[in-house]
Ligand binder design. Structure first.
Ligand code: APR
Length: 236
């Protein structure tokens, strides 16, 4: 059985991490052009770093929920499996989804990289420093290793998704906790489910993907995914 899972911020909502466009979402109160673009970083890097550090701390204090655990179980039980998450938090990884079975397509908030050279470091446990971090190699500003609006997705991560999709159609495609704002999310879900696969959408609200779904599960992910994964594993 081949399984593709696509997740978004809604999967981490029940762990206390705000979504972006949902109720109390980040973009409801904050302006993404001031916080999540290369121009914003050039204009006011301290403001951007302060926000990412606040988010990092909130994620460090958070715990994975039953949705993360269910997806990890499915990953363990399914040989041909890929999780493509838009989430920059580490909650999927913390419950043991292997790196080779996961693509963080929008990056990892705990990775700090140089805005000029190849230098990077991990800061999962704690911040390496405060203030404006500079590259120890070339002295340029360091930035969070996430994909900002207007930036390209990582070629390497895109290739991994394409390799998986190229490996043949899936039997099961699960899309959970995303508004499917970006066309590539819809494209990947439809391509993976092209040969009559089950396309299961888990989201309390309707999205542009809903009309393509074979099942629309209008429930919170931490409630629905353990049940759905049990069914899929029993099927498998
Ligand atoms: N369970 C399942 N879905 C939920 C839950 C929940 N408990 N709570 C909210 N949702 C749904 C909302 O209904 C909404 O459709 O999750 C979705 C969250 O959507 P967004 O906030 O748009 O998050 P996402 O789709 O991940 O955003 C994509 O946009 O801002 C950029 O880079 C950022 O990765 C992010 C990308």
């Amino acid at each position: 059985m081949r399984v593709l899972v696509l997740t978004g911020a809604g999967v981490s909502a029940e762990s206390g991490i705000p979504t972006f466009r949902g109720k109390d979402g980040y973009w409801r109160n904050l302006d993404p052009t001031k916080l999540a673009t290369p121009e914003a970083f050039a204009r006011d890097p301290q403001l951007v770093w302060d926000w990412y550090r606040e988010r990092r701390q909130r994620i460090r204090n958070a715990r994975p929920n039953a949705a993360h655990e269910a997806i990890a179980r499915l990953a363990h039980q399914t040989e041909e499996f890929l999780l493509v998450t838009q989430n920059v938090d580490d909650l999927h990884a913390r419950v043991g989804v292997a790196a080779e079975k996961m693509v963080q397509i929008h990056g990892d908030i705990f990775v700090t990289r140089c805005s000029r050279c190849e230098f990077e470091r991990h800061e999962y446990e704690q911040e390496h420093e405060h203030g404006l971090p500079r590259c120890p190699d070339c002295h340029a500003l360091l930035r969070p290793s996430v994909v900002w609006f207007g930036e390209q997705l990582s070629r390497n991560e895109l290739e991994r998704v394409e390799d998986f999709l190229g490996g043949g159609p899936c039997e099961i495609v699960i899309v959970a906790g995303t508004t499917a704002t970006f066309g590539y999310i819809i494209d990947w879900a439809l391509r993976a489910s092209r040969d009559g696969a089950q396309l299961i959408e888990v989201n309390p609200e309707e999205t542009p993907l809903s009309r393509f779904a074979t099942q629309q599960v209008r429930e919170p992910a931490a409630i629905a995914l353990p049940r759905i994964v049990d069914e899929v594993i029993t099927l498998g």
